[in-house]
Design a protein around this ligand. Structure first.
Ligand code: SDX
Length: 390
């Protein structure tokens, strides 16, 4: 149809698409954050340093890094009235449902008093989101148990504080295991940002209308929840539990290849990577470290995952389609070993991705951006008259 494919500079050129934050080369399995390979960041950095890098474009010096960490600590508590939102949910509510609600509600506590056209105010909004997500995430878990919420502690680092708020209780001492905290921090790094995936694109599109960052991050949480995206880590565990025994792996691999069967091998394949997801390799090493630390090297779930990975990587269906393990394939096994309930896996993904979402939102609103307006390919009726039209 005439004009159907008109090039619309109004959409494609808007800074809703352009970014300097993350680069992915899907064919070669490359992921760079502001030019630094994810493997080197996972090995040498920590999550808050990566957060600084994503936001500012450079690694912080000693003083900048310390100031950044101290500022995050000043924002970890939430407004006491926010606690009432939790009471409106059933105890068995999915924590992602709660997070969609309570993160959106941050707009009512913070946005109304902030001027998002002011760079400094935007920075405070970023600190509030980065600092409060672990507190809200841990509250979801405590609420599901009927246990009291644990206040954040400023003597702990970001990952230690999250594990403390998740597993401590007021009646006894709780010692954070440094190996598990390091693994938690690495999982945060590996999930921090990933270019313009479905949830980040959702945040940017919402932000392009001028919506406030708290509401935009809530829209990202909703998009991430789907099993094709951030919900895959939870789905990998459900899949491994459904397979149940190594003897049934071939049956499920056959199902994954069957066009008439909706079953897909969760944790495999990717919209962009047609090679190994570089994060999956780091995640696999971390998985071995954590299970070794916990004396679970022979964990049946891990054995099954390793066998499934081997079979799939040698199967021509997966080879032809360039399907490799992605970031979600091993993360669930680590989180389960740390003691995180499966329902909380995607909450942890959302917590980690918040800095990526915010960095993309902030990058876009700092430019002369225009509202995003995806164009459709119309395949409906051409114009026609109402029957018996006068
Ligand atoms: C994340 O975009 C991002 O960056 C996302 C993410 C991030 O950090 O933000 O990386 C996080 O979402 C990782 C992906 C997690 N999702 C899963 O693990 C769910 C399982 N994976 C599939 O649902 C699938 O691979 C997708 C959704 C991830 C990608 O879907 P695509 O783009 O449709 O896959 P494709 O085009 O590469 O598929 C090619 C073929 C198709 O078959 P044919 O039509 O060619 O015969 O491979 C098949 C697909 O049906 N296929 C699979 C498969 N994934 C693709 N077959 C079996 N099992 C799978 N997992």
């Amino acid at each position: 149809q005439e004009g159907l494919f008109t090039y619309d500079p109004g959409f494609v050129s808007t800074s809703a698409c352009e970014s300097k934050i993350t680069y992915i080369d899907g064919a070669n399995g490359v992921l760079l954050h502001r030019g630094y390979p994810i493997e080197q960041l996972a090995e040498n950095s920590d999550y808050l340093e990566v957060a600084y890098l994503l936001l500012h474009g450079e690694l912080p010096n000693e003083a900048e890094g310390q100031r950044f960490r101290d500022t995050v600590k000043n924002h970890t508590m939430i407004h006491e009235q926010m606690r009432h939102f939790f009471n409106g949910f059933r105890r068995d509510a999915h924590p992602m449902a709660i997070m969609c609600g309570v993160v959106g509600a941050l707009s009512a506590f913070y946005h109304d008093t902030m001027d998002m056209t002011d760079e400094k105010e935007r920075e405070v909004a970023g600190f509030r989101l980065l600092a409060k997500m672990p507190t809200l995430g841990a509250m979801c878990h405590k609420y599901s148990l009927g246990q009291p919420f644990m206040y954040p502690r400023n003597d702990l680092n970001y990952a230690e504080n999250f594990l403390y708020m998740m597993f401590a209780n007021p009646c006894e001492e709780y010692e954070v295991n440094p190996v598990l905290a390091k693994a938690m921090d690495r999982i945060f790094i590996l999930h921090a940002d990933h270019e313009q995936n479905a949830s980040t694109s959702t945040v940017r599109l919402a932000g392009s209308t001028g919506a406030n960052p708290f509401a935009c991050i809530a829209s990202g949480i909703a998009a991430l929840w789907g099993p094709a995206h951030g919900g895959a880590n939870e789905a990998v565990l459900a899949m491994l539990e459904e397979i149940g025994d190594e003897s049934r792996i071939e049956e499920f691999v056959a199902r994954a290849k069957d066009k008439d069967d909706p079953f897909r091998l969760m944790g495999f394949g990717h919209r962009v990577y047609k090679n190994f997801d570089p994060r999956a390799k780091v995640m696999r090493e971390t998985c071995h470290e954590v299970l070794k630390e916990l004396g679970l090297e022979n964990d049946p779930m891990l054995k099954m995952a390793q066998k499934l990975e081997k079979i799939a990587l040698e199967d021509e269906y997966f080879i032809e389609r360039k399907l490799y393990p992605n970031v979600d394939f091993y993360s669930g096994i680590i989180l389960k070993a740390i003691g995180i309930p499966v329902s909380m896996f995607t909450v942890i993904f959302a917590m980690a991705r918040t800095i990526g979402w915010f960095a993309h939102w902030n990058e876009m609103v700092s430019t002369n951006y225009r509202i995003g307006r995806p164009r459709q390919l119309y395949t409906g009726y051409t114009q026609r008259d109402y029957p018996g039209k006068k």
